[in-house]
Design a protein around this ligand. Sequence first.
Ligand SMILES: CC(C)(COP(=O)(O)OP(=O)(O)OC[C@H]1O[C@@H](n2cnc3c(N)ncnc32)[C@H](O)[C@@H]1OP(=O)(O)O)[C@@H](O)C(=O)NCCC(=O)NCCS
Length: 202
Amino acid sequence: MKANSVSEKLEFSDPQSDSDPASECTLPPNVAMMMPRSLPDSGSLIFRPARSVDLPIVISWLQDAVDCRRWAGPAVTFPPTTESLSREISFTPDNSFSLDEADELIGFGQLIRKTRKRLHTSRIIVAPHRRGDGLGRNLCRALIERTIELGYPRISLYAYQDNPTAIHLYQGLGFQEKEKPEEDKLVTDTVYMELDLEPCLV
Ligand SMILES: CC(C)(COP(=O)(O)OP(=O)(O)OC[C@H]1O[C@@H](n2cnc3c(N)ncnc32)[C@H](O)[C@@H]1OP(=O)(O)O)[C@@H](O)C(=O)NCCC(=O)NCCS
């Protein structure tokens, strides 16, 4: 199924807030255009803080060490356990997010503070049996909206050069390839990308 034909309603669940961040921020025109807020309704997507019980499910989505590295980078050892993964990705419910559909976990991603002006998103993954349905795009949209809600003017990410699906997804959302930050200059097999959210903060 093509991404723009999926039917869903994206909702935000945040126990710390009773407001709806989706209604409070304006996405950049390119992002808003790529991600209609409401599509024909045939179910609901819930974006929520992740829980440690989500991790074994995410682990079950990893086929092999190559798959694991492409998803999470070299810091995560394969095969991970819940404990090793939690430690290696510095898991907390504040920096990790899950996407549910009908109470089934179908996506996961992180937002890590890099500087006063930049959040970094990482470890984005969609359940293998649900890929290609537009869920990756919705998950990214929710991570971007959360970044705007937190007041950061930039969101960044890395993708491996041999991950054209991910790079295509991020480009479609308006991320642009940029020069790597100084501390990551020696990493050669990845693409560094940023999305400017400054226009959303006014
Ligand atoms: C990358 C990933 C999150 C994308 O999620 P997804 O739900 O499959 O993506 P979507 O369905 O939202 O599709 C997004 C775009 O990628 C395209 N796409 C999806 N699967 C594709 C494939 N196998 N080959 C090429 N393009 C593909 C879609 O057509 C869509 O592009 P479009 O908007 O131009 O039509 C998912 O493939 C995944 O979990 N991969 C493993 C983990 C990983 O690599 N994470 C990224 C780390 S940087």
